[in-house]
Design a protein around this ligand. Structure first.
Ligand SMILES: *Cc1c(COP(=O)(O)O)cnc(C)c1O
Length: 448
């Protein structure tokens, strides 16, 4: 098979998979899981024909997928892949660009610059901000926090790049009690030390309590959150950020999915968020681009460019070249699917997708409440936090849904007791998918 025939074969297989999405089990059955063992073969001494490689991937791999790119996947906040973004990604694979700088890929540099501007526009964040396209909110948070610390130290006359941390003035970190684990990971990797982190108490909705905000000063990084993973709640930015800024602190917001509310009629939830210094958000979650695609956004563009700079003697890019804004030196043009998603949706399309998900979440919450489930959060966004009459039924109901293959959502623990959380974040999800989920859970509860 020549290259073009092989690629056509791959395209056909991808098309058949996409066609089959609505009918597929959401989570693989036992047979499909067991079949994955076929991949556990030793490294072949002599290579297989490319068409055999592809066939194995499809025959064994496709049935082993979680159909998170489908309408009835309600786990985490995974999102799906919008047609325009998925299609752009396919063309981009043929281009195989190294999107580190204009010299390496004029088209990637141009489109990522446009996408960056559109993101700031859609999210109404300071237009002068730098936008680095990274692999994940985790990596982008790490970049933003590295920039934050470098700036706070520089204000004390400390040259972090040359002198490092040994003997440096202490930079304190305050995070929400409900901080996402990946922010902790970024802080740990940066050497902040878990025992040094100060946790800001939250109220019963899960928002940082403005009355009980720990002391901040000009050597503090405050990490807030837009979209708590269980409840979808937002910290009260309009109360917290002015306090933090008055103290001279740096404010970073982990807005992995919640920031997209700002592009919808739920923008009020994000009031005051624009006052922060840096933000991270994912495109692969609520904007529904393919994985992996996230953004580090930093108001002081120079701060991010200086912290992440990787100019070399043989390769120096513009200050705002992507290799100077993210962890990667060589990278794919993950901003292109963002461009494609935004160009195909437009401002109105982003708003209506987010609005639709929030409305579907409320619909599911109402249906489950009628069926006797307890809704533990306010359902102001796309997240529903649910519990049944007993802890045993909560666990059993979730397991029964997962085993059914009809839908999927994950477990969590809320205030010390088991719960489950349902997230609506796929462009494919319709009212009938939402109703099907409610019916499924209602039936399970009635049978027990
Ligand atoms: C998913 C998520 C993250 C981590 O994002 P990745 O892109 O998976 O690294 C961080 N914070 C919140 C609130 C999230 O939902």
């Amino acid at each position: 098979m020549n290259e073009l025939t092989l690629l056509t074969d791959a395209d056909d297989r991808a098309r058949r998979y996409t066609e089959s999405i609505p009918a597929r089990r959401v989570f693989p059955d036992q047979a499909a899981l067991q079949a994955l063992a076929a991949f556990n073969e030793p490294l072949p001494a002599r290579g297989h024909a490319p068409e055999d490689v592809l066939q194995m991937l499809d025959d064994i791999g496709s049935p082993g997928t979680v159909v998170s790119n489908g309408p009835r996947y309600f786990g985490f906040v995974i999102g799906a892949a919008l047609p325009a973004a998925a299609a752009a990604e396919r063309l981009m694979l043929a281009w195989d660009q190294c999107a580190s700088s204009f010299d390496n890929s004029p088209v990637a540099a141009t489109l990522e610059r446009v996408a960056a501007g559109w993101v700031l526009d859609a999210l109404d964040l300071p237009r002068e901000s730098a936008v680095g396209f990274g692999t994940s909110a985790t990596a982008c948070t790490l970049s933003c926090l590295a920039a934050a610390r470098r700036v706070l130290l520089a204000r004390q006359g400390w040259d972090f790049d040359n002198d490092g941390l040994t003997g440096a003035p202490e930079v304190k970190v305050v995070v929400s009690e409900l901080v996402h684990i990946t922010v902790k990971k970024a802080l740990r990797l940066l050497g902040f030390g878990m025992k040094n982190i100060v946790f800001a108490p939250v109220n019963h909705h899960g928002q940082v309590d403005a009355e009980r905000l720990p002391a901040l000063d000009d050597m503090t990084i405050l990490c807030l959150q837009a979209g708590e993973v269980n409840t979808g709640e937002f910290d009260p930015f309009d109360m917290l950020i002015p306090q933090a800024k008055a103290a001279g602190a740096w404010v970073h917001v982990d807005a992995a999915f919640g920031l997209w509310a700002r592009a919808s009629s739920h923008a009020g939830l994000t009031k005051g968020i624009e006052g922060a210094d840096s933000w991270t958000t994912d495109a692969h979650k609520w904007l529904n681009t393919p994985y992996d695609c996230a953004m580090a956004i930093c108001r002081d563009s120079e701060a991010l460019a200086a912290a992440m700079n990787s100019d070399a003697v043989y390769l120096s890019g513009a200050r705002d070249a992507q290799k100077n804004l993210t962890l990667e030196f060589s990278r794919r043009a993950r901003g292109i699917p963002v461009w494609a998603a935004l160009r195909s949706l437009g401002r109105e399309g982003v708003a209506s997708m987010v609005n639709k998900h929030c409305a579907l979440a409320r619909r599911i919450a109402q249906g489950l409440e009628q069926a006797g489930f307890e809704i533990l959060n306010r359902v102001t966004l796309n997240q529903i936090l649910v519990r049944a009459h007993t802890d045993e039924l909560t666990v059993a109901a979730r397991e029964a849904v997962q085993a059914s293959g009809e839908a999927w959502f994950g477990a969590t623990v809320w205030e010390g007791r088991p719960a489950f959380r349902i997230s609506v974040s796929s462009w494919r999800t319709t009212e009938s998918d939402a109703d099907a989920l409610v019916e499924l859970l209602t039936g399970i509860a009635e049978r027990r």
